[in-house]
Design a binder for this molecule. Structure first.
Ligand code: RIB
Ligand code: CA
Length: 321
């Protein structure tokens, strides 16, 4: 039986590949909805992007819900300097031919988890604002979450500041609330996800004869702004796809249970995640933190998944535009 999941996201190029990977694996993952949040770009654009990505995959049936336009307390910081003005630089996707649902993302998360008969896995690919507000408004829904898999935090250097990773930097108060929520968490910090760089060798497995493959390759072959200052010149780091790949192929990842704390005080370390990798604090672990990624195998399997997606969409009757 397919695992019921929700993806909370701020598309973003790596978010796009994560969503496509989830949609290519319908036998394993039942994507109940996509909730959007401000992050890489503003929430109006992340919502349009989520619609565009589902449309590319031939899955305009997947409901998209617009979420929070700004963090709980801090001012919004976005990342157009990395992902371009529309957040999906180089992907060249059509405008969506369908709209997001009227219900707010937080209301959708609460209603879904209150009514779901089976536990749901949440995949958090952006700032955690929606999830923190849902847990605050309806704490009882936490019992319906079988696991929350998060891309966020840094065991070592950050990528938004020297101290902080982007998702946790944007909304550190939400990250702190989620990390203290008691929900079972698997965390993918930067030291793990920077192992998943889309190098030319790893892109060789993608098929540009397919529509999805063509758009993904166009995005991932785009010259990377910022170069070494943003994780090197070998290619785009695919942070978010690690989250979905973990659900599909957990054997490709290794980690350990750690206590993770969040810095919310203003200053040079705001948004810093302190990951007690060596268990020195004596504090009870609140997350399973990933440390190792078998990236070559992960990309090979993602490439195969994109081919499956292309084969499926090629067979489907074309939507009447
Ligand atoms: O720091 C990387 C994370 O921030 C990724 O999720 C990326 O998409 C941005 O949201
Ligand atoms: Ca993201």
């Amino acid at each position: 039986m397919a695992r019921a999941i929700v993806i909370d996201t701020d598309p973003g190029q790596d978010d796009a590949l994560a969503i496509l990977l989830a949609l290519s694996s319908a036998a394993d993952l039942d994507l109940l909805g996509v909730t959007t949040v401000a992050g890489n770009v503003g929430v109006e654009q992340t919502t349009v992007n989520a619609l565009r990505i589902c449309q590319l995959a031939g899955r305009s049936d997947v409901p998209v819900y617009k979420g929070c336009p700004q963090p709980i307390l801090r001012p919004l910081h976005t990342a157009e300097f990395v992902c371009g003005p529309d957040g999906l630089a180089g992907m060249h996707l059509d405008a969506p031919r369908h709209a997001a649902r009227d219900q707010h993302a937080v209301a959708f998360l609460i209603e879904l988890l209150r009514t779901s008969l089976a536990p749901v896995t949440l995949c958090a690919l952006g700032p955690l604002t929606n999830l923190a507000l849902a847990f605050t408004q309806a704490p009882e829904i936490k019992a319906k979450i079988d696991r929350l898999v998060i891309m966020g935090g840094a065991r070592d250097l950050g990528n938004m500041t020297a101290a902080a990773e982007f998702n946790f930097f944007v909304d550190p108060h939400a990250a702190a609330a989620v990390l203290r929520s008691g929900v079972p968490i698997t965390l993918f910090p930067l030291n793990a996800t920077y192992q998943a760089v889309a190098t030319p060798a790893r892109l060789k497995g993608f098929d540009e004869d397919g529509k999805v493959g063509r758009h993904v390759l166009s995005m991932l072959r785009r010259e990377r702004p910022g170069g070494a200052s943003l994780g090197g010149n070998d290619g785009h780091p695919m942070h978010d796809p690690c989250v979905i790949a973990y659900l599909l192929w957990p054997q490709l990842f290794e980690g350990r249970d750690c206590h993770v704390d969040m810095e919310t005080a203003e200053g040079t370390t705001v948004g810093r995640s302190t990951i007690d990798w060596w268990g020195r604090s004596g504090q009870t672990p609140n997350a399973h933190v990933i440390g190792t990624v078998n990236a070559d195998e992960m990309f090979a399997r993602i490439a195969a998944s994109m081919r499956i997606l292309d084969e499926r969409t090629a067979k489907e009757p074309k939507a009447i535009s």
